[in-house]
Design a protein around this ligand. Structure first.
Ligand code: AMP
Length: 281
């Protein structure tokens, strides 16, 4: 596995793959790799001739009071995991190389960035779409691979790729979970043992709501009220940041969940803010 820090070198290598007619899959990450990231690498390995991954803790997607400075990092462990999963090239740029002095361009998607995480984290998605468009221009992959854990992010990237005619297929992969159901996240390491013991309730609540819908409940307000109660009781140390039923593609809030519907949640523990989601059908 090659490790490249220069954007120009990374782009040259990826271009050479394209020119040879090879298929490539690209997996952008912020590192501190876990089994969820590895599942994306493995899908990429099984479905394309070349695999590129990036590790870049992108400063522009963090708000002023967020955890950029303490975001966990482990470059050596990450390189070992990426190598073991069959990644051909790992791109690990410095912020100064991605955003040189004078950098002045923004990319933003309106509408579906304004709800859920966009409301809680102003500016977050503009940071994401800016860096993802830059990474896609560098990696020029046949396919870019993302996790459904960040469902809204995936919907925003699909919209951006369609709107800008970026010639890449977007693959969304299922959420990889701990055995107790907690969605695996780099931020889980910040949870205290007490918080970690409560956190699986996030997923249990989503399953409970899905079961209610399967047995005939279609009123989003009722499903959400029951779930808010469940979370209040099962996670006394957490505050619900948002809890909403939305359309999976447009992220517009729904009153009735008998059609396509996504239940999305963010909770804040003192140690970490966690997100999760589930399609209701
Ligand atoms: P991150 O490093 O958190 O920015 O995540 C990089 C990519 O991995 C994103 O596309 C995430 O959606 C995806 N990802 C993160 N956690 C998981 C998980 N538990 N299961 C599947 N994909 C994940």
């Amino acid at each position: 596995m090659q490790i490249i820090t220069s954007p120009q070198e990374f782009q040259a290598l990826c271009w050479s793959w394209r020119c040879q007619g090879l298929t490539s899959a690209f997996v952008p990450t912020m590192g501190y790799l876990h089994a969820g990231h590895v599942s994306l690498f493995e899908w990429a390995r099984a479905n394309s001739q070349k695999v590129a991954a990036s590790i870049f803790v992108n400063p522009t997607q963090f708000g002023p009071n967020e955890d950029l400075d303490r975001y966990p990092r482990d470059p050596e462990g990450d390189a070992a995991k990426a190598r073991a999963a069959g990644v051909d090239v790992l791109f690990m740029p410095e912020p100064g190389a991605m955003y040189p002095p004078g950098f002045a361009t923004t990319v933003s998607v309106s509408g579906l960035t304004e709800a859920l995480c966009g409301r809680s984290r102003p500016g977050h998605f503009a940071g994401v779409t800016g860096v993802v468009s830059k990474l896609l221009m560098l990696a020029i992959p046949t396919t870019a691979v993302f996790g459904c854990k960040d469902w809204q992010q995936l919907a925003v990237i699909r919209r951006m790729v369609r709107d800008l005619d970026i010639p890449v297929a977007i693959e969304g992969r299922p959420i990889f979970r701990e055995p107790d159901g907690l969605a695996i996240s780099s931020r889980n390491v910040y949870l205290s043992p007490k918080e970690r013991a409560q956190a699986p309730s996030i997923h249990q609540g989503l399953l409970r709501a899905k079961a209610q819908v399967a047995s005939g409940e279609s009123d989003a307000a009722k499903v959400l009220a029951d779930l808010a109660d469940f979370y209040g009781q099962s996670m006394p140390d957490a505050v619900v940041d948002y809890l909403e039923c939305v359309h999976p593609e447009t992220i517009v809030p729904l009153q009735n969940v008998s059609g396509p519907a996504l239940l999305a949640v963010a909770v804040k523990f003192p140690g970490a803010r966690l997100i999760d989601n589930m399609l209701l059908h």
